[in-house]
Design a protein around this ligand. Structure first.
Ligand code: SOE
Length: 387
């Protein structure tokens, strides 16, 4: 019998639009997935470019007005792969129209908007998911299983460092990621958001935070053209309105302590997304720059033989890997999006999922908001709980 299908409409044709399109193309080729996504419509601001994109990635049709896409009767899932500024309006419109919603991170610019998105999705009874794609990196999913099984004992420290260097050069021009009205924030929403989500996934809820942030380069050459993390300069200059770096300390509700450091001005670090978790019986280390590896130190190893072991999370027993290649035939960034879409299809089919829903997305925003509050007020801030 043919597998059930579901029609997807994707908004966004740039970095994330490509990553998500590739995921819809691949997921049913490698995974037994039901329903199988049908690439019904792609939506971008410029009709010509979007038509070209549709042809290239195999979308059946295209739109240049996202409201139209949300209203289309032949669309069942709306995928929001745009900069953050429109997440709220798009997600609420899609939910009102009865569509399942898959949204890029961070879910929203503030807790009020995030809560409204969660409410709209709950009221509509649709599936809602946030693309915190690192949850479905096999090595990190393995870390989650190991912590849950008690393999490192009681967690005491969560140490997160997210370092990139693409904004180091003051001549690097403006793009949407440097504008508060388009991105909401800089390193905090772009990078800390991932680690706050990871912290919740691996350790538990964050209760209190205190932070600091800085914009080192306050003005940059105006934008010419930009794509992904590259850009060319136009005429004149423009003020940067987001943080270059945000650091904070955290107290977890279960007593663990956390430290978070995010910057886009760390020369030599490309996507150095590293977390180290220390427990009462061992430690785990993950760094996305070596995303197939999970380092594990066990206090139970005999004296004289102790040390970090490198687990290559590329065997069929590791989460998601059986669908791909033989051991040691490593996976990359794009696979995480395929895994996320696989989880989305599963959630639509009422299966339990490792991915974050809008409540998780809103709780992450609550932490990021508390970090900013702590900076403004110069003291520890309590994190609001989203129920
Ligand atoms: C740019 O900083 C970026 O692409 C983020 O937007 C992603 O969420 C992160 O996974 C990698 O870096």
């Amino acid at each position: 019998m043919a597998a059930k299908t579901i029609n997807v409409g994707l908004i966004g044709t740039k970095f994330m639009g490509k990553a998500h399109s590739n995921a819809y193309l691949k997921v049913a080729k490698f995974f037994d997935v039901e329903p199988q996504p049908v690439m019904k419509a792609i939506c971008g601001r410029h009709a010509d470019e979007t038509a070209e994109f549709a042809k290239r990635f195999g979308w059946e049709s295209y739109e240049s007005d996202w409201k139209k896409l949300c209203e289309r009767k032949d669309i069942n899932v709306v995928d929001i792969s745009t900069p953050g500024a429109l997440h709220h309006d798009m997600a609420v419109a899609a939910a009102h129209a009865g569509k399942h919603v898959f949204c890029e991170k961070p879910l929203a610019f503030n807790l009020k908007d995030a809560r409204a998105m969660l409410d709209a999705a709950r009221k509509a009874g649709v599936v809602h998911m946030v693309n915190f794609n690192y949850r479905v990196v096999p090595a990190l999913a393995l870390a989650q299983q190991m912590i849950k099984a008690g393999e490192i004992g009681e967690v005491r420290h969560f140490r997160a460092t997210y370092l990139q260097d693409w904004l180091t050069d003051p001549k690097f021009p403006m793009n949407w990621r440097l504008r508060k009205d388009a991105a909401g924030s800089g390193a905090n929403g772009d990078l800390n958001a991932h680690h706050v989500d990871m912290a919740r996934y691996l350790v538990g809820e964050i209760a209190e935070v205190v932070g600091m942030q800085k914009t080192f380069i306050a003005e940059r050459p105006a934008e010419g053209r930009s794509a992904g993390l590259t850009a060319t300069a136009g005429e004149g200059t423009e003020k940067v309105t987001v943080d270059d770096a945000t650091l904070f300390l955290a107290k977890f509700a279960n007593g663990a302590l956390g430290s978070f450091e995010a910057t886009r001005l760390a020369p030599g670090r490309k996507n150095y997304n590293r977390v180290e978790i220390n427990g009462s019986r061992g430690s785990l280390v993950f760094n996305f720059e070596e995303m197939n590896v999970l380092e594990f130190y066990s206090c139970a190893d005999p004296p004289g033989r102790q040390g970090f072991r490198r687990i290559m999370a590329t065997e069929g027993v590791h989460p998601f890997v059986a669908a791909w290649w033989p051991p040691g035939h490593v996976l990359g960034y794009e696979h995480t999006f395929v895994h996320a879409v696989y989880e989305l299809m599963g959630a639509i089919n009422k299966k339990p999922t490792r991915m974050a829903d809008f409540r998780d997305g809103a709780q992450c925003v609550a932490v990021l908001d508390a970090v900013v509050k702590s900076i403004v007020e110069g003291k520890w801030a309590k994190v609001e709980t989203v129920v």
